[in-house]
Every structure is written in structure tokens, then in C-alpha cells.
Design a protein around this ligand. Structure first.
Ligand SMILES: Nc1ncnc2c1ncn2[C@@H]1O[C@H](COP(=O)(O)OP(=O)(O)OP(=O)(O)O)[C@@H](O)[C@H]1O
Ligand SMILES: [Mg+2]
Length: 503
């Protein structure tokens, strides 16, 4: 009897005790031994894995980076002033990941996916690690579809394909961001989603880009991922990887995605800062030995997938800043060798007002030629070569040499081509509009005008062609070559437009 009573009394107690015991977990905790600007050293986490997320007090996270026998070096993903020596550090047993999904479109977020735009929480359901292996060689398809930038000089002379990595490099204030931004704006009515990843820039510059995206109606199909110059170097370092993971989500769903990294010079600098603080041996220009690898593994994630894998693509436009036009500095040469081509922006052209300041001679697209819409090839197939020839002749003619008639003609034609290739910012053109202008100049229709008159005449030609030959325009956009009849019609309409303008 007494036994039963005791049983009744203790049963709930032992039950509670059992429940309690099953939830008991063992957690490794470490201690901060040393804190630097953006990094911390931690001892006592023997089981921690490379790039594992560790948690400091007050919700600050860090990424385990240097794994030494008795200590680990941690890259802090937040403000290091809050961390004290002696603070407790816990493992999380997961790597750094970010939210992915459609809810991110139209949003401005930081490298961890936290909103920066006061539009409330980003409602995503899935998270993916920021570092993911690049698609295998057998999963990749050749680059065949053009990515229209809307800029004549790029689309006609240095075409970019979907899945390509094309570097934009040049000195400061030469219009690098402008080219990337125009390319994003040109996708607003198309099927390409965009990710603009700002690394280490002034907040005002980023705010201007966001305002432009908003003003020109491109923000809704765009994700902006920002780590500005005043953010901790750890955040700046992980930002491009996080942005790429967000972009890959759409690529894996079969979408075409464009990602702009603005810019990787600052990314390299943030990584150099962290590496030096983590006492990694410095190499050339004090960059650590793995600086090539951090960029190659990032850019290798851009590709065109085979149809079995959805056929999506990720096109990358990494931006690099050069100093006094030095293309052979460490980071620019590394990136030139990783990417599939480069657009080089020259400060001299910028000063002369030849905008976009693309130096055609120093720019190249290693896969784009095959991807160009056929109409470009029939109209401007050898334009690149003849333009290069013209530039050389023009330099030569400055020495006051007497020129024969053919050379003079080549130079005069070249000057008009140069006028046609000029384009203001925020004024991207459809393929048909570009073809109309290029066709007119290549056929010599502007030769009767002075270079100053070309710009107005070019606009007249474009307007006339789009009004009077809408079906040819549709055919050009659909990827048909410009055949004999279309060619003649274009020539007739353009000639009439120029004559009417002259009268
Ligand atoms: N095609 C263009 N037509 C007119 N203005 C342009 C054009 N391209 C760029 N600009 C102007 O040139 C200036 C510099 O451009 P931008 O900010 O894109 O250069 P950047 O190389 O990205 O500079 P930074 O080195 O500061 O990042 C801007 O004021 C921009 O409006
Ligand atoms: Mg810029």
C-alpha cells in the first residue's frame, strides 16, 4: 500500500527527470584570447571546422578561418568593439548561409540577408551556404545567347554572352559603374534578373545606384547586396559569395541572371586586411598567397548550365579599379586571367568626352563573338578591325603627313563611327535601334555630314527605322540575319531620314 503511494508520488517526478535528461546536450565553448580590428583569436574549440560559424556574446557571429592546433583565428561578421578578451564563444555547427528566394527581388540586403531598406523582414523559406562548389564541367553548356547591354560600343564590338564573365576595369571615375548600371537597366523589360553587389564603396555612391535603379524601374527584378566601406572587413569579404548564392538560386531554376561585383579591388583589400591581421604570410603587394583562389572560386560559379540542369545562366560583370592605368598590377592581372574578357575604360577617352570611355583596342570578349545576334555580324562584322585601323591612322596623321585619298576617307569614316559609338548614360538602345545606326554609318550615309551633325542624324535614322520598318526590327530582335531585301529597305529609309534632316 505504502509502496503504491510512493510510486504515485514519484512517477511524475521521475518522468520529468527523464524528459530533462534527454534534452541535455554537450556544447564546446571557447574563450576569446585576443581581439583585433575585424578578427579575434579563440582558444578551446578543438572540434571547430573550417569556415564554421561561431557565436560570441550579444548575437555577434564570426567565421572560423585559421585553424591552428591550440587557437583559431576568427573573422568577425560584425562590430569588433563589442568583443572582449575572455568572452565565451560557442560553436554553431553550421557554415555561413543566407536566405534565398523570390522575396529578395526588389530588396536591399546586407551580406547576411538582413534588410537595409526599411521594407520589413525578407520573407524567404530557404537558406543556402554562401560558399558552394562551382558547377562541374560536364554540367556546363557553351555560351550561345547574347546578353544585350544596350550600349552600341559593347554590343557591336565586344559582345557579351549569357554565362560569360566580363571584367570592367579602369581608373577611378571612368564610368565603370555606369556601364554595369546601364546593363542592369537594359534588362528591365527582359527576362534577365540582376544582382548588384556593392563591396567597400562609399555609402553615398551605393545610395545613388539604388536611387537610379528605382527611378528607372529596374529595382523590382534586382537584388542589391551591400557591404559599404565602413562595414567590418569580414562582412565585405563574404558579400560577393553571399550575393552569388542568391543569384545561383534563380540560375538553378532555369533563369538567366546577371551579377555585378562593384568592385573586386576593394574585396581584395578587405581580404588582405584580414589576412595580415590573422598573421598569414604576405606575398606580392602584401596580398596573401590565396588571393587568386578567392576570386577564381567566386567567378567560376558563373556559367551557362546544360538543358538537363534547367539551362539557366549566371553572367558576371566584375569591376576592378586600376591605378594610373596600370593593367599589370597584381589584382587586375589575376582577374584578367580568370575572366573571359575585359572592357577597359580609358581616362583619356573619358576626358575627351568620348563616353562610354571603352578603349576598343585594349578590350576583348573571349566568347561573345559567337553569341552576337546575327544582324550585328552582317552589319558590323569587321567594324572592330576597321575601327582599330582608324585609330592607328588617326594617331599617325597627327604628325602632319600628307595623306592619300583612301587613308583620308578611312579617317573621316572612323570619326563618324566614333560619333555613333558615343552614348549618354541611362539611354540604352534595343538591338534594332543599334543596328539602324551602325548600318547607316558603315554604309557611309553620314559621310556627307560633319561629325558634329552625326548625333542628330543618327537619332533621325533610328526614329525612322523603328516607325517605318517595325517588322524588320522584330526580325532583328528575334535573331534573324539582315538579308538583302531588309538591307536595302534599311538603307532607303535611313537615307531619306538623313536627307529630310539636312533640308
Ligand atoms: N556614358 C556616359 N555619359 C555621361 N556621363 C557618364 C557616362 N558614363 C559615366 N558618366 C559619368 O561619369 C561619372 C563617373 O562614372 P562612374 O561613377 O560610373 O565611374 P566609376 O569608374 O564607377 O567611378 P568610381 O571609381 O568612383 O567607382 C559619373 O558622374 C557618371 O554620371
Ligand atoms: Mg564605381
Amino acid at each position: 500500500m505504502l509502496h503504491d503511494m510512493l510510486d504515485d508520488l514519484f512517477a511524475p517526478l521521475s518522468q520529468a527527470l527523464e524528459n530533462r535528461l534527454t534534452t541535455l546536450t554537450v556544447q564546446e565553448t571557447g574563450t576569446v584570447t585576443h581581439v583585433g580590428q575585424g578578427i579575434a583569436y579563440v582558444s578551446g574549440l578543438p572540434g571547430v571546422q573550417a569556415e564554421e560559424l561561431v557565436r560570441f556574446p550579444d548575437g555577434l557571429f564570426g567565421m572560423a578561418y585559421n585553424l591552428d592546433a591550440d587557437e583559431i583565428g576568427v573573422i568577425l561578421l560584425g562590430d569588433s568593439t563589442a568583443v572582449m578578451a575572455g568572452a565565451e564563444v560557442r560553436r554553431t555547427e553550421r557554415v555561413v548561409d543566407v536566405p534565398v528566394g523570390h522575396a529578395l527581388l526588389g530588396r536591399v540586403v546586407d551580406a547576411t540577408g538582413q534588410p537595409l531598406d526599411h521594407k520589413g523582414r525578407v520573407r524567404t523559406v530557404e537558406r543556402r551556404p554562401i560558399e558552394r562548389p562551382a558547377p562541374a564541367i560536364m554540367d556546363r553548356a557553351p555560351v550561345t545567347v547574347p546578353l544585350q547591354t544596350g550600349l552600341k560600343v559593347v554590343d557591336a564590338l565586344i559582345p557579351i554572352g549569357r554565362g560569360q564573365r566580363e571584367l570592367i576595369l579602369g581608373d577611378r571615375q571612368t564610368g565603370k559603374t555606369a556601364i554595369a548600371l546601364d546593363t542592369i537597366l537594359n534588362q528591365r523589360d527582359g527576362d534577365v534578373l540582376c544582382v548588384y553587389c556593392a563591396i567597400g564603396q562609399r555609402s553615398a555612391a551605393v545610395a545613388k545606384v539604388i536611387a537610379d535603379l528605382h527611378a528607372y524601374g529596374a529595382l523590382d527584378t534586382c537584388i542589391v547586396v551591400v557591404a559599404s566601406g565602413e562595414d567590418p572587413p569580414g562582412l565585405q569579404f563574404i558579400t560577393p559569395y553571399a550575393a552569388t548564392t542568391m543569384a545561383e538560386y534563380f540560375m538553378e531554376q532555369g533563369r538567366d541572371v546577371l551579377i555585378v561585383y562593384d568592385d573586386l579591388t576593394r574585396h581584395a583589400r578587405a581580404y588582405r586586411e584580414l589576412s595580415l591581421l590573422l598573421r598569414r604570410p604576405p606575398g606580392r603587394e602584401a596580398y596573401p598567397g590565396d588571393i587568386f583562389y578567392i576570386h577564381s572560386r567566386l567567378l567560376e560559379r558563373s556559367t551557362h548550365l546544360r538543358p538537363e540542369h534547367g539551362g539557366g545562366s549566371l553572367t558576371a560583370l566584375p569591376i576592378v579599379e586600376t591605378q594610373v592605368q596600370n593593367l599589370s598590377a597584381y589584382i587586375p592581372t589575376n582577374l584578367i586571367s580568370i575572366a573571359d574578357g575585359q572592357l577597359y575604360l580609358s581616362p583619356e577617352l573619358f576626358q575627351k568626352g568620348l563616353l562610354p570611355a571603352v578603349d576598343v583596342g585594349k578590350s576583348v570578349s573571349r566568347v561573345g563573338g559567337k553569341t552576337q545576334l546575327p544582324a550585328y555580324r552582317s552589319v558590323a562584322g569587321d567594324l572592330r578591325l576597321s575601327y582599330a585601323q582608324f585609330e592607328e591612322l588617326e594617331t599617325f596623321s597627327r604628325f602632319g603627313t600628307r595623306l592619300d585619298e583612301r587613308t583620308r576617307q578611312t579617317i573621316e569614316r572612323g570619326r563618324r563611327v566614333r560619333e555613333v559609338l558615343k552614348q549618354p548614360q541611362y539611354a540604352t538602345l534595343s538591338a534594332a535601334d543599334q543596328i539602324a545606326s551602325l548600318h547607316a554609318v558603315v554604309e557611309g550615309l553620314f559621310d556627307v555630314l560633319t561629325p558634329d551633325e552625326v548625333s542628330v542624324a543618327e537619332q533621325a535614322v533610328r526614329r525612322a527605322v523603328s516607325e517605318r520598318l517595325p517588322d524588320i526590327c522584330t526580325r532583328i530582335e528575334a535573331g534573324e540575319p539582315l538579308e538583302g531585301a531588309g538591307h536595302d529597305a534599311l538603307l532607303r529609309v535611313a537615307r531619306e531620314a538623313i536627307e529630310m534632316r539636312v533640308e
